[in-house]
Design a binder for this molecule. Structure first.
Ligand code: PEP
Ligand code: MG
Length: 893
């Protein structure tokens, strides 16, 4: 015979039957499993029993028929509860009252049904009024039961019940239901019964119908929608927990509250929560009455407080995590009604994980796994302080909540279109771009704005993708936000915000506030975070380097834990305002000699930059890439030059003639360098093949800088990288130039520098012919921005403006491949290249740079593919350190 019902003290039996705790949760639901588990631990839990999820599924499968034998088992379990409580269900003299609640394996807050105070009828209520000495309590409970039963079990609308309550409040001049007199409550009971003719007075009948109502609520629309949205399987079913009612509203000596075993906001290790005297659970959460901080219980009810503290410790020890508990004190006796792992902020998650490990409750490895890379991200963006959010909420300034798609806090004046956002930002204002949804046309406004808000769209909407990519806080999909683009205002209900007014958004939580909230920069040196990342470093195999072009970036990267520079894009140094004219003259030179003249001017500048990097990263690798972009990027646009020419020609004079000629020459060169498809054109190593004096200059600058750094007592480790190669002969040629230049410098300076020459694998051909490339290249690094672009044959510059976002929205591509590495395609090529490279050159060092370096999933893939390091922007280094540790721990486990 299937066992459909387990009393709370039969959990060991359930465990023996289904094996591990996960399965027990599957059978009894999360809440039922924990209630039973607490019972086993000796924690005071009101006695009760759980009807299994299997029974619910059998009921659903049979089209709403209770499985054979279930009611008999309920009856036996009920008898056992009666024995434990010394009360009898339905006995007016000594009544047992029950609650009946849903409880699935995964929490689905508010999605399914609950009925309280089951077991009351006229007779029982009348006796209870006498035996409890509190008629108000008896009739208030009775009217609650009829109301809940009517709406939850019988499906009546709630309004008629509320209307009756309102009528009595008005008639008797009271503000809240709690103040209604006993006589009013008695009358209300009659009125409620009149509109609830099917309310059964038989307690057993009440219980049966309530249980069936909970079963049915699993298939209700609300629950189905919630499961769809949260990816919870539909075949799990819900359990039903039937439990003895305990009352926190039986007068003095009674209270009810919620408590966390540690502070969920900061992680501090002390019990935290609120309670109310003479109240029911929902009064605490509803916030109608001002609650009392739980610490006050130490004075108000010391015994119960001590017991709660002891139970809190016991549950934490047992579950090895911070607990969120509901409790009630009925006539000075403490009862626990629920416990579960508590929700917490990112900051608290880090501190709690570290302290639990320090206390020996969990291992360092578990602590590392308890924090997600996203939570690390919290420390890297500005935030609103907890107090300022609390204050804003208390002042009624929380305007709305939407999807928290891009973390961080931002404050700005509302602008309803991208051009306005740009104009205001140019004028020095802080702007919040608010749109129904964003399109590629809005990107300039998104970039100019501090943050982005949309009323429509989901996690992969254009707004969400672009915001994440550019690190802009964003809240999207705020359904109740009504945007009137013509009227230049937006509203949530009655609250109207005009364009130009300030709002503040918290992209980590999805909150939108009216007004300007002060922002704080979280402390990346937070001592618990540093400790946790230190542990992560012990577990990870992948090294984490940073993309940095200047010594200041290098220093920040070091502070964040980078183990070297994975990518220095040397052309960024060419773009500097005081260098650009020289760079342009170098490009416009007609002869190699002339070009050399300008390169000679640039060389000491580059040398200084490199020395700074080597000194900042002493003892760590600094990978410097030879110039990569097409040369036309350094020259003005054709149209701009034409305008300049027009202006000059307006007013001809002798000296202007020379100027006109000069501009004409630049135009000719710009036209010369023009390419229809520059990303696939004259760039990368190809520049060095046609203009060998450029890599020669750069190699000299690098080796001279390394010699300088060495003379200054540092330990430079230059690695010189040749970009966008497609053939080993390219590497052969440019490497020869580099080696020759390096040898000359070292010889002249009498200093030896250990350096390597490698290449970037950024094209499918390079990946497929990695073996031959490795004959020359001493190391590889994957430029996954270009490798994604060339593998997919989609432009990294244009695709997001047109089809790519739609592709992701419609599920054609699971993710934006420029954000998360494409496992099969790009990952497949990386695998081929790693095998090819290491077969040719065993132990060859291989890494990855590109925007993917800070994306946790991509980091995990790099680990899997056997890479040695990933490199990302300095701000992403801590995220990558944790992601790499997760990958290693998962791999080992
Ligand atoms: C890449 O292509 O991934 C890369 C890092 O180089 P860039 O983004 O400069 O082309
Ligand atoms: Mg590239």
């Amino acid at each position: 015979m299937t066992k459909w019902v387990y009393t709370f003290d039969e959990v060991s039996e359930a465990e023996a039957l289904v094996g591990d705790w996960e399965n027990v949760r599957g059978l009894l639901g999360g809440k039922g499993a924990n209630l039973a588990d607490m019972t086993r631990l000796g924690v005071p839990v009101p006695p009760g029993f759980t009807i299994t999820t299997v029974a619910c599924n059998a009921y659903t499968d049979a089209g709403g028929v209770v499985p054979d034998g279930m009611w008999d088992q309920v009856s036996t379990a009920l008898t056992s509860v009666e024995e434990k409580t010394g009360k009898t269900f339905g006995d007016p003299k000594n009544p047992l009252l029950l609650s009946c609640r849903s409880g699935a394996k995964f929490s689905m807050p508010g999605m399914m049904d609950t009925v309280l105070d089951i077991g009351l009828n006229h007779e029982v209520a009348a006796e209870l009024a006498v035996s409890s000495g509190d008629p108000h309590f008896a009739y208030d409970s009775y009217r609650r039961l009829i109301q809940m039963f009517g709406s939850v079990v019988l499906g009546n609308p709630d309004e008629p019940y509320e209307e009756i309550l309102e009528e009595f409040r008005e008639k008797t001049g009271v503000a809240t239901d709690a103040e209604l007199s006993t006589d009013s409550l008695k009358e209300i009971v009659e009125r409620f019964l009149a509109i609830t003719p099917r309310f059964p007075s038989d307690p057993v009948e009440q219980l049966k119908l309530a249980v069936e109502a909970v079963f049915k609520s699993w298939s209700g629309k609300r629950a189905v929608d919630y499961r769809n949205a949260s990816n919870i399987p539909h075949d799990l079913g819900t359990a039903v927990n039937v439990q003895t009612m305990v009352f926190g509203n039986l007068g003095e000596g009674c209270l009810t509250g919620v408590a966390m075993s540690r502070n969920g906001a900061t992680g501090e290790n002390h019990i935290e929560g609120d309670y109310l005297f003479n109240a029911q659970g929902e009064d605490v959460v509803a916030g109608i009455r001002a609650t009392i901080p739980v610490a006050q219980m130490a004075t108000d009810m010391p015994h119960a407080y001590e017991e709660l503290q002891a139970i809190s410790d016991q549950l934490e020890n047992h579950y090895r995590d911070m607990q969120d508990m509901e409790f009630t004190v009925e006539n000075k006796k403490l009862w626990l009604l629920q416990t579960r792992d508590g929700k917490r902020t990112a900051q608290a998650a880090v501190r709690i994980a570290v302290e639990l490990a320090d206390e020996g409750l969990i291992s360092k490895e578990e602590a590392v796994m308890r924090v997600t890379p996203d939570q690390i991200d919290f420390f890297l963006h500005p935030q609103f302080s907890i107090e300022s959010r609390k204050e804003a909420k208390a002042a009624g300034n929380l305007l709305a909540e939407g999807l928290n798609v891009s973390p961080g806090a931002a404050v700005g004046k509302v602008a309803f279109d991208a051009d306005t956002a740009v104009a205001w930002a140019d004028a020095g204002e802080k702007v919040m771009l608010v749109r129904p949804e964003t399109k590629p046309d809005d990107v300039h406004g998104m970039l100019a704005a501090e943050g982005i808000v949309t009323s429509r769209g989901g996690r992969t909407s254009h707004a969400a993708l672009v915001a994440r990519q550019f690190g802009k806080p964003a809240v999207v999909g705020i359904a109740e936000l009504d945007i009137d683009l013509e009227g230049r205002s937006m509203a949530v209900g009655e609250r109207v915000i005009a364009e130009g007014e300030y709002v503040s958004i918290e992209g980590t939580s999805g909150e939108v506030f009216v007004g300007q909230l002060p922002t704080v920069i979280p402390d990346i040196n937070d001592k618990w975070l540093s400790k946790l990342l230190g542990w992560a470093d012990e577990f990870r195999r992948l090294r984490v380097l940073a993309n940095a072009d200047y010594p200041v970036d290098a220093l920040r990267a070091l502070e964040y834990g980078a183990q070297g520079i994975g990518l220095c894009r040397t052309e960024h140094m060419f773009f500097e305002a005081e260098r650009l004219p020289t760079v342009q003259k170098m490009i416009l030179s007609d002869t190699t000699e002339e070009r050399q003249k300008y390169l000679d001017i640039l060389r000491p500048m580059q040398r200084e930059d490199f020395r700074g990097l080597f000194e900042a990263m002493s003892g760590l690798p600094v990978i410097i890439r030879m110039i990569d972009p097409p040369l036309h990027e350094f020259l003005p646009a054709h149209e701009e030059l034409e305008d300049e020419l027009k202006d000059l020609r307006k007013d001809r004079s002798v000296w202007q003639d020379a100027a006109v000629k000069e501009v004409e020459k630049v135009i000719a060169r710009v036209d010369d360098l023009h390419e229809e498809n520059p990303m696939l054109g004259f760039r990368g190593v190809r520049l060095g093949i046609l203009m060998p004096e450029i890599p020669r200059m750069q190699a000299r600058a690098i080796i001279e800088a390394a010699c300088d750094a060495k003379e200054n007592g540092f330990d430079p480790k230059p690695e010189i990288m040749i970009p966008v190669s497609i053939h080993v002969k390219e590497i052969e040629r440019v490497k020869a130039i580099i080696v020759k230049a390096a040898e000359e410098i070292m010889e002249r300076r009498g200093i030896t520098v250990d350096y390597q020459v490698g290449t970037m694998v950024e094209t499918p051909r390079a990946a497929l012919t990695a073996g031959p490339l490795a004959r020359e290249a001493e190391f590889f690094s994957f430029g996954t921005n270009d490798l994604t672009q060339t593998t997919f044959a989609i432009s990294r510059d244009d695709a997001e403006k047109s089809f790519l976002v739609k592709y992701v929205e419609e599920g054609i591509l699971p993710v934006n491949p420029f954000q998360t590495l494409d496992r099969l395609g790009v990952g497949g090529l990386i695998k081929i290249a790693v095998d090819g490279g290491r077969t040719q050159r065993p132990g060859m060092e291989i890494g990855m740079w590109g925007e993917h370096g800070g994306d946790p999933e991509s980091v995990a893939l790099c680990h899997e593919l056997g890479l040695d390091y990933v490199s990302c922007s300095p701000f992403r280094v801590p995220v990558a350190r944790l992601a790499a540790a997760h990958a290693a721990i998962n791999d080992a486990g």
